[in-house]
Design a protein around this ligand. Structure first.
Ligand code: NAI
Ligand code: MG
Length: 480
């Protein structure tokens, strides 16, 4: 073991503290099922202490700091994340089963997100509105105040950075509630927040689960803005609670993302991209490419090539740097297995994978799986599995492909693979998703907005627009 675990306690006002009631939760390495330790399990009392600290920090030195100085602190924090890349990557790998090289890439993404938003901190400009010579009217873009950040386990620190960086750039303070499955990296990161010179109380972390810690955080009256990433079900509850408190909420929820593969598509590129989009992070990505809708004339070839490639992926423990680690938890493993059994029972044709891979009796492993000839109305083709599972459904006309793509309740990302520009533009317009990627996957990045339509959520993260999530407009008018 090359690195020490951080203290597994909440971080409130710069102090490491246990839960008021002493409760803890197990921290498990999904590659080995080994118990790594016990992390504090927060409840309403811990949330209240953290929110009070964030509120005091908001009214204290943080609000006096010129925006350019906030930016400098975030640049410094990014440099510290880069310095600690190996430790942070190791923590992610052990906590969630992510292959170590993928975890390194995630940490590079965290630093990039911090730098992008650091540069935005001093570019938050209001407007002067012409109302005639006798009135001066202008807008102030003011920080919302204390903000809540409730994040999932698939990219533990990446998800924190995605909403925390713009919130801090905007001048807000924060309480972060990591997922109960993955508290380690953000607890380590909090030492870097302090070392960067960000005042105590500006960023606080309360560990714990959704009902115990997440719900009281969202509902706390001093919390004025909410950023949530996770399941549709929890996102809906968070959205309702935020609305009751008149708090803006950005909700980034799940997807069941289709790629439409036309007969003229570059199949080499497609197969390469599905290796990434379908199986990277063991398929536990909201924007994974889990449904392939393939023109019937090439569906057989796609199925054959995809199954061969998927079967050749190396599955193993995160620190051995395989292509594919385990899924995050026993619960997630059982959920994925349930989908696989249901699909087989429902008549989907399994062409590779379908269960626990041979030779890995321990750890939450799932073999990379492909189902061919999948009924587009079946559960496996409609619901987010969040595992290394890709379904193939043949189609006959472009309209049929679009209808199937749009037939799900979510609308996060869709893909189109074709060499026909007119087809691509027409499909981009017709697809009911927040993003459309043409002839590539996991496009976009820190600089480009992302988010969903339909049940995939509300609002957009990333890009400059994400800073606006944490600002409110005050209109000011002077009569001369
Ligand atoms: P979840 O949505 O329950 O958890 C995500 C975060 O929300 C965690 O920090 C959790 O503690 C918190 N949370 C849960 N209920 C809450 C509530 N009522 N109020 C405030 N916070 C709450 O997701 P879970 O149970 O970990 O995974 C279940 C399924 O959700 C997965 O199988 C997957 O399909 C989907 N999921 C989607 C993600 C995405 O990025 N779109 C990320 C994680 C899960
Ligand atoms: Mg864990």
């Amino acid at each position: 073991m090359g690195f020490q675990l951080p203290p597994l306690l909440h971080v409130i006002n710069g102090q490491r503290v246990a839960s008021r009631d002493g409760a803890t939760l197990a921290v498990i390495d999904p590659s080995t099922e080994a118990l790594m330790g016990q992390v504090a399990h927060g409840s309403a009392a811990d949330i209240d202490a953290a929110v009070q600290a964030a509120d005091a920090a908001r009214r204290g030195p943080w609000q006096e700091l010129p925006p350019v100085q906030r930016g400098k602190l975030l640049f410094r924090l990014a440099d510290l994340v880069t310095r600690e890349r190996e430790a942070l990557a190791w923590l992610e790998a052990c906590d969630v089963g992510k292959p170590i090289s993928a975890a390194r890439g995630d940490i590079d993404g965290v630093a990039e997100t911090l730098r992008y938003n650091a540069g935005a901190a001093d570019k938050i400009e209001g407007a002067v509105i012409p109302l005639g010579e006798r009135v001066v009217d202008y807008t102030r873009l003011e920080p919302l105040g204390v903000t809540a950040h409730v994040v999932p386990w698939n990219f533990p620190l990446g998800m924190v950075a995605r909403s925390l960086a713009p919130a801090l750039a905007a001048g807000c303070t924060a309480v972060v509630k990591p997922a109960e499955q993955s508290p380690l990296s953000v607890l380590y990161f909090m030492d870097l927040v302090a070392e960067a010179g960000i005042p105590p109380g500006v960023v606080n972390v309360v560990c714990g689960d959704g009902p115990g810690a997440g719900a009281p955080l969202v509902a706390h009256p001093l919390v004025r803005g909410v950023a949530f990433t996770g399941s549709v079900e929890a996102g809906r509850a968070v959205g309702i609670a935020a609305a009751a408190g008149m708090k803006p909420a950005v909700l980034e929820l799940g997807g069941k993302n289709a790629i439409i593969v036309a007969a003229d598509a570059d199949l080499d590129r497609l197969i390469e991209d599905v290796m990434m989009g379908g199986y990277e992070n063991a398929g536990q990505v909201c924007s994974s490419s889990s449904r392939l809708l393939v023109a019937r004339s090439v569906a057989g070839e796609v199925a054959e090539r995809l199954a061969a490639r998927a079967a050749a992926l190396r599955v193993g423990e995160a620190l051995s740097d395989p292509d594919l680690g385990p899924v995050v938890s026993a619960e997630q493993h059982a959920k994925v297995m349930g989908y696989l059994d249901g699909a087989r029972a429902g008549g989907a044709r399994l062409i590779t994978g379908g269960g626990r891979p041979a030779g890995l009796p321990r750890g939450y492993f799932v073999a990379p799986t492909v189902f061919d000839n999948t009924d587009p109305a079946s559960r496996i083709a409609q619901e987010e599995v969040f595992g290394p599972v890709v379904t193939i459904t043949p189609y006959d006309t472009d309209q049929q492909a679009l209808d199937i793509a749009n037939s799900v309740s979510t609308g996060l990302v869709a893909g189109v693979y074709t060499r026909d520009l007119n087809r691509a533009f027409a499909m981009v317009a017709a697809l009911e998703t927040g993003s459309v990627w043409v002839n590539g996957w996991y496009l976009g990045g820190t600089q480009a907005p992302t988010g969903g339509t339909k049940d995939s959520g509300l609002g957009r993260e990333r890009g400059l627009i994400a800073v606006r999530n944490f600002l409110r407009i005050k209109n000011v008018a002077f009569r001369l």
